[in-house]
Design a protein around this ligand. Structure first.
Ligand SMILES: NC(=O)c1ccc[n+]([C@@H]2O[C@H](COP(=O)([O-])OP(=O)(O)OC[C@H]3O[C@@H](n4cnc5c(N)ncnc54)[C@H](OP(=O)(O)O)[C@@H]3O)[C@@H](O)[C@H]2O)c1
Length: 277
């Protein structure tokens, strides 16, 4: 069994350096796939109200706990969707997510997108702070926040977000944002770490994979963990899930890291956060 190292967040709570993401995992398959992931050794699972599969995540987590995995070893993230911004609405959305998950507490709750045109991420975040103070969630954070959103949030926030989960991969390396995170003590978590699989044919990455006797996906995921990003790849087969977690037994050289650094083109596989409302 592979296990990812645990990494401390800014409040001392630990999360796995590499977890399992379930965007686009169909609700009907989710419990089985997450159970497989937990069996392989994944301990962190990333879902969201939007994904429509929180029930399956909860079932798999409860099954693993019933079979002997301590709940404290597991880390479940969910997110408040864009149509629930605002203080009261976010508190209600959290209750609904918890009802679907069927868990006693959540490990991390994120604002899914800042939705700048709505202009409500400050009261939304205040609701997260309330949930955090009440002990219903162990860590709170944001997702898809650009530097201007973080600065504005931090003007009033009492709890510094533990995480900003953003699109990040060799084509979109987010240098400015990562530097700001480092300054503020916010962990960078990479979504679509494989650019939804689109960068797996890249010849530079394929060359590195051949040199290390690894797959291209493993080289990309190794680049993430070696760069200090938390990472949450999604995969649909036991083989891919297992291979994706098996990236802690080799290292990229400085030259390899420089070759990947040179791939930063700004190409997104998802939406620009300023255009999502
Ligand atoms: N906060 C946000 O706004 C946001 C947005 C997007 C995603 N996320 C989170 O980030 C997670 C990961 O992002 P993602 O699902 O968009 O993309 P991703 O993890 O970059 O890529 C997933 C794709 O790569 C394929 N893949 C995975 N491992 C592979 C391997 N070893 N070899 C070949 N192909 C492989 C998968 O195929 P198969 O599934 O067919 O195996 C799937 O098509 C999501 O599940 C979600 O939890 C968050």
């Amino acid at each position: 069994m592979h296990l990812a190292p645990k990494v401390p967040l800014n409040n001392g709570v630990t999360i796995d350096a590499l977890g399992y993401g379930v965007y686009k995992v169909p609700a009907a398959d989710c419990a089985d796939l997450v159970s497989t992931a937990l069996d392989i050794g994944y301990r962190t699972v990333d879902t969201a109200a939007l994904y429509g599969n929180e029930e399956g995540v909860g079932q798999a987590v409860k099954g693993a706990v019933a079979a002997g995995t301590p709940r404290e070893d597991l880390f479940v993230t969910s997110k408040v969707w864009n149509d629930r911004h605002g203080y009261d609405s976010t508190l209600a959305a959290f209750d609904e997510s918890m009802g679907r998950l069927g868990l006693d507490y959540l490990d991390m709750f994120l604002i899914h997108w800042p939705c700048p045109e709505q202009g409500k991420y400050i009261p939304t975040y205040r609701a997260l702070e309330t949930l955090y103070r009440e002990g219903r969630v162990r860590a709170i954070g944001v997702s898809n926040f650009e530097p201007e959103h973080l600065h504005r949030l931090l003007d009033t926030a009492e709890v510094v977000p533990a995480v900003n989960q953003v699109e990040l991969h060799p084509w979109l390396q987010q240098r400015e944002l990562r530097a700001l995170h480092a300054q503020l003590g916010i962990a960078t978590q990479a979504w679509s770490p494989l650019a939804r699989g689109q960068l797996l044919d890249d010849p530079v990455l394929a060359g590195l994979a051949a040199a290390h006797g690894r797959s291209t996906a493993q080289v990309v995921l190794r680049w993430h963990v070696q760069s200090g990003h938390l990472v949450i790849p999604k995969a649909s087969s036991r083989e891919r899930m297992s291979a994706n977690l098996d990236v802690f037994g080799f290292a990229l050289t400085d030259a390899d890291m420089a070759a990947v650094a040179a791939m930063d083109s700004g190409r997104r596989s998802g939406s620009n956060p300023n255009n999502v409302n």
